[in-house]
Design a protein around this ligand. Structure first.
Ligand code: ASP
Length: 597
């Protein structure tokens, strides 16, 4: 049994009172969630962190009650009694009782809140974030905090049991690349020089392995100054971990144990382990994404055999150029209107496709702008390869293979959602393994690390990754849940010579490597153990656990999608004299928000 610390001002927590407490004299404190007046009697719903209880105040017994308003902070002395028959509230854990007040005191009055705190709110989110301390008084918002704390406690317990050491690493540090822009921090001690806030503790955790820590973890804030998306924040929390003397299987087993424990403790749900595993190539081939939602089928179908050398020019030429012709089958989709099909084509174009072909399957014929180009063998082949039935729709993409895959992969997700094909209440975890080592950066004209530059090549590519960077795979893996990436990790390079070769492949000169990572390379030179690890994005994990649509619901003081904090007004301009201390001068004319400078 947990025993909350109530403090000297009260004897009980509001939400703890039950029928068995009838007759007990209590002192309570909290906020007035609601006030109703009935025949000279005031009914107050008194809320504290534990829940709500009804307090009945007769004006003659407590004259102060007349002035009490919603959200005032008050304390109450009184006696618990059973509610009169018929007045019980089965919705409320305390619904069988009420507290007859002898005295009520306003500890601090409240202004009228800018939005109602009871029940559901449709108040504007920016307003709620501006008054987040009031928003957090709402039980639904508070539950996000409670879920977070409970899940963090479970993670700590499991990792502690497994001999992991919780270690803190610095926030004021040097750039650790994870593919985003750094947040920079000035110091008056070294004007003109900057710390970077960590994009992750990557290099420190690897150096902890060199230090012989063997099993490290940290629930840690990471900072990435990048364009925000709906489920991203500039600062976010990871469960970061690293182990020595391991392989991929150890990480998978640990990740599964952690997830199973959290699901058990927070939701009382049993997860099926081990989780499904897919190589990156297989995930792309079957689902057109590296974060496949496995709650439903709709796998992509390869039509190369059907259309090779055939009469449909766009298909044949995509195949001749080494690309792909792929199909997505939408059950019952033949009913989609022209307008809906146009919207899908638009999405495909936005994703880089030249176009999107569609074929509606009817009992005898196919209906499609392309039908006149199909041979009978192609018509049959199309039905057979896709298993399409009358009433179905086929969406076809012919392009470079990754483009065709991602275009249909995106449409798969959209159509499954729009057509109600996503089953509720299922947890489809999977490990996506063997990621590519590099990805080509069109703009910069160079290879970038697909994960980060400290990831080890797959054993069969250990000596040859530079010869075929487009094919080389890495010992990198992601954990995916219901189409969301929950985290990433890899087995690391633990030899300085291999690390230097990878920097070389990434176009990082020895001088640049020394300037940026010299401290780390020196560490690798002192008998670094084979090691690897993982980082879970906890905000997203908790969003999914809480069943809410936004990560802001499970972050205590989140920022808006434009990175602003409506509560404090950050980011704000800094006065010129404070800038002068660190030898900075504002641009003239001043940059506008969003300017890259
Ligand atoms: N540091 C990586 C990240 O933040 C995770 C890892 O490789 O452990 O994505």
């Amino acid at each position: 049994m947990t025993r909350p610390l109530l403090g000297a001002m009260r004897t009980h927590a509001c939400g703890s009172l039950r029928a068995g407490d009838a007759g007990t004299e209590v002192r309570l404190a909290g906020w007035v969630a609601r006030r109703r007046d009935h025949g000279g009697v005031a009914f107050l719903d008194l809320r504290d962190a534990s829940g709500v209880v009804q307090v009945v105040v007769r004006p003659d017994e407590a004259p102060a009650a007349a002035a009490i308003r919603t959200e005032d902070c008050v304390r109450v002395a009184g006696t618990v009694r059973a509610r009169p028959a018929g007045n019980e509230n089965p919705e409320l854990p305390t619904g069988e009782v009420e507290v007859a007040a002898d005295a009520v005191e306003v500890l601090a009055p409240s202004e009228t809140p800018p939005f109602p705190l009871e029940g559901r709110t449709d108040a504007d989110e920016t307003l709620r974030l501006q008054y987040r301390y009031l928003d957090l008084r709402r039980p639904a918002t508070r539950r996000g905090l409670e879920l977070r704390a409970a899940a963090n406690a479970t993670l700590r317990r499991v990792l502690g049991d497994r001999g992991f050491l919780e270690v803190e690493t610095p926030y004021l540090t040097k750039s650790t690349p994870e593919g985003a822009r750094d947040f920079l921090v000035t110091t008056h001690l070294a004007p003109g020089q900057f710390y970077a806030l960590p994009q992750s503790p990557q290099l420190f955790k690897q150096l902890l392995m060199v230090a012989g820590v063997e099993r490290y973890y940290q629930i840690v804030r990471c900072f990435r100054d990048e364009a925000l998306r709906a489920d991203r924040q500039p600062e976010f929390t990871q469960l970061d971990l690293e182990l020595s003397f391991l392989d991929e299987e150890d990480v998978y087993a640990l990740g599964e144990e952690l997830m199973a424990a959290v699901w058990q403790d927070v939701l009382g749900a049993d997860l099926e382990i081990p989780f499904t595993r897919l190589t990156h190539a297989e995930a792309m081939r079957r689902f057109g994404t590296d974060k496949p939602d496995l709650r439903y089928g709709m796998e992509l179908v390869d039509l190369a055999q059907v259309f090779e050398g055939g009469g449909v020019r766009v298909f044949a030429s995509a195949l001749e150029a080494g690309g792909a012709v792929l199909a997505l089958r939408v059950e019952g989709g033949a009913e989609l209107t022209r307008k809906q099909l146009d919207a899908l084509t638009e999405q495909a174009r936005a994703r880089g496709a030249k176009g999107l072909a569609w074929v509606a399957v009817e009992a005898l014929d196919l209906r499609s702008p392309l039908d006149k180009f199909f041979s009978d063998a192609e018509r049959d082949g199309l039905r057979q390869a896709t298993g399409a039935q009358p009433g179905d729709l086929l969406l076809l993409a012919a392009d470079r293979t990754p483009v065709a895959q991602t275009v249909l992969g995106d449409l798969r997700v959209r159509l499954a959602a729009e057509r109600g094909l996503v089953p509720e209440g299922q947890w489809a975890f999977c490990w996506v393994t063997e990621f590519p080592m590099f990805e080509w950066d069109e703009q910069a004209g160079r290879w970038d690390p697909a994960h980060h530059p400290f990831t080890a090549p797959a054993p069969k590519w250990a000596d040859t990754f530079m010869e075929a960077p487009e094919e080389a795979t890495a010992r990198a893996y992601d954990l995916v849940l219901n189409g969301y990436e929950l985290g990433s990790g890899s087995i690391r390079i633990h030899r300085a010579d291999v690390q230097r070769r990878v920097f070389d492949a990434l176009g990082i000169s020895p001088k640049e490597a020394e300037d940026r990572f010299g401290f780390f390379l020196r560490g690798l030179a002192y008998g670094a153990p084979p090691h690897g690890g993982f980082a879970f994005g906890l905000d997203r994990l908790y969003m999914l656990l809480a069943g809410t649509p936004s990560i802001r619901d499970v972050i205590t003081f989140p920022k808006t999608q434009s990175g602003a904090d409506p509560l404090t007004g950050a980011p704000t301009p800094i006065p010129a004299d404070q800038l002068a201390e660190v030898r900075l001068r504002p641009l003239d004319p001043p940059a506008k928000p969003g300017d890259r400078g």
